[in-house]
Design a protein around this ligand. Structure first.
Ligand SMILES: *Cc1c(COP(=O)(O)O)cnc(C)c1O
Length: 404
């Protein structure tokens, strides 16, 4: 049985105060908080077996290597990848997308078409624009609708045998919309295009099955699902990872090096040049174990309850407009109140102990579509409570009163 009070005990930070008030942390879409088991894993690594991995003959190095590779297997099982070597550990979502974009440079020709969605985070836009500049490929955009969903009719019109790649987020970080990725993947495969799904915002709420999805690339960051910053994953189908050239040259990614010819290591090492975030990778595995011990069904059901509760309360505030009203969304509420600047609301909420994000949320095209500078974004996690939402709504009413 899911118990939020029990879960909150796992997160030391939830006991702190901000400006003399109990912390209300509603910035989970930017980064999640860290449970004690993950913090303990980090302390244990640096206290007991800190060493470089893979090449060491000594005990500490072997222990670190075993734990790191165990973490890779935990991640493989969680995402249901066929092989552990299809999981490349990266520094995060941004790094993973750049790896794929850079790898496609040698596979594209002038006039090839790439399709992006209007709902993307900048990290799933800019690397592709850079790739198009280098290759002469053309970037096309699936437009969005007022509800903050994708205009699928236009997507089908954009698809053709010129389409080489489609990339889209699983869940929008700015609006919370859950995109119909199954449909997008199937349609793209119909024209033999590859698909990359940005799962950074989905993975805290949904357990994706990459084989069932038949997705070519799936990327995510540990720090949004209770893990540390600076680590994430690139899942790639074996055939694609073999086709793409290595991203960086260096140690760890080679088989043999001579000045005549260097040969590359096999997967996953081909994409893991240099000393990785060893502790981060191991802690990522611990975070996945922790999330699964709570249960993704339980997490989604509870967060949905929070979303409905907060939406109903917020809609009663005069002049408040919610952006992103798709029927299918995670517990993210992006909003503005009348003409008040989101930053001013955020600053007053902070004084009252409440952490929300304000601004464009690294998704300027969405803000341009709505013709607004940004929004206030409250994003909930399974360790938040209805009482916190009550505190937030009362504080928001106070802020609005002061600012209007
Ligand atoms: C957070 C986020 C990213 C970027 O993740 P990093 O950890 O900063 O690399 C990309 N896409 C979406 C949808 C996100 O929510």
């Amino acid at each position: 049985m899911f118990s939020v009070n029990k879960v909150r005990e796992d997160f030391p930070i939830l006991k702190r105060e901000v400006h003399g008030k109990p912390l209300v942390y509603f910035d989970n879409a930017a980064t999640s908080q860290t449970p004690k088991v993950v913090i303990d894993t980090i302390v244990d690594y640096y206290s007991n077996y800190n060493a470089n991995i893979h090449r060491g003959v000594h005990t500490l190095s072997q222990e670190a290597t075993d734990k790191y590779e165990e973490a890779r297997i935990k991640i493989q099982k969680h995402f249901n990848a066929k092989e552990a070597y299809e999981i490349i550990l990266t520094s995060g979502t941004t790094h993973a997308i750049n790896m794929v974009a850079s790898g496609f440079e040698s596979l594209l020709q002038k006039g090839d078409e790439l399709i992006v969605s209007a709902l993307e985070h900048h990290s799933n836009i800019v690397p592709w624009q850079m790739l198009c500049e280098k290759t002469g490929a053309i970037l096309q955009v699936i437009p969005m609708t007022q509800e903050g969903a994708l205009d699928m009719k236009t997507f089908y019109e954009l698809l053709s045998d010129k389409t080489k790649l489609v990339f889209c987020n699983h869940v929008s970080n700015a609006l919370g919309t859950i995109n119909p990725i199954e449909e997008i993947i199937a349609a793209a495969h119909n024209v033999n295009a590859a698909v990359l799904i940005d799962g950074a915002q989905a993975t805290p709420h949904i357990k994706p099955d990459v084989q069932a999805l038949d997705v070519d690339f799936y990327v995510a960051s540990a720090h949004k699902l209770c893990g540390p910053t600076g680590v994430g994953l690139l899942y790639g189908k074996q055939e694609w990872l073999e086709k793409l050239p290595p991203y960086q040259g260096g140690g760890e990614m080679i088989a043999t090096v001579s000045f005549k010819k260097t040969t590359y290591a096999g997967l996953p090492h081909k994409f893991e040049a240099g000393t990785p975030n060893i502790c981060g990778g191991i802690a990522f595995g611990a975070a996945i174990d922790y999330m699964n011990s709570i249960g993704f069904k339980e997490i989604a059901a509870y967060e949905n309850e929070l979303l409905t509760y907060a939406t109903t309360k917020l809609e009663k505030i005069e002049g408040l407009k919610i952006y992103g009203t798709s029927a299918s969304k995670t517990a993210v509420i992006s909003f503005n109140v009348a003409a008040i600047h989101p930053y001013d609301i955020g600053a007053i909420l902070d004084k009252l102990g409440i952490a929300v994000r304000t601004g464009h949320h690294c998704a300027q095209p969405i803000m341009d579509y709505y013709q607004i500078p940004g929004t206030v974004r409250a994003s909930f996690s399974f360790y938040n409570t209805k009482e916190e939402i009550d505190v937030f709504v009362a504080a928001l009413e106070k802020a609005v009163g002061m600012l209007s």
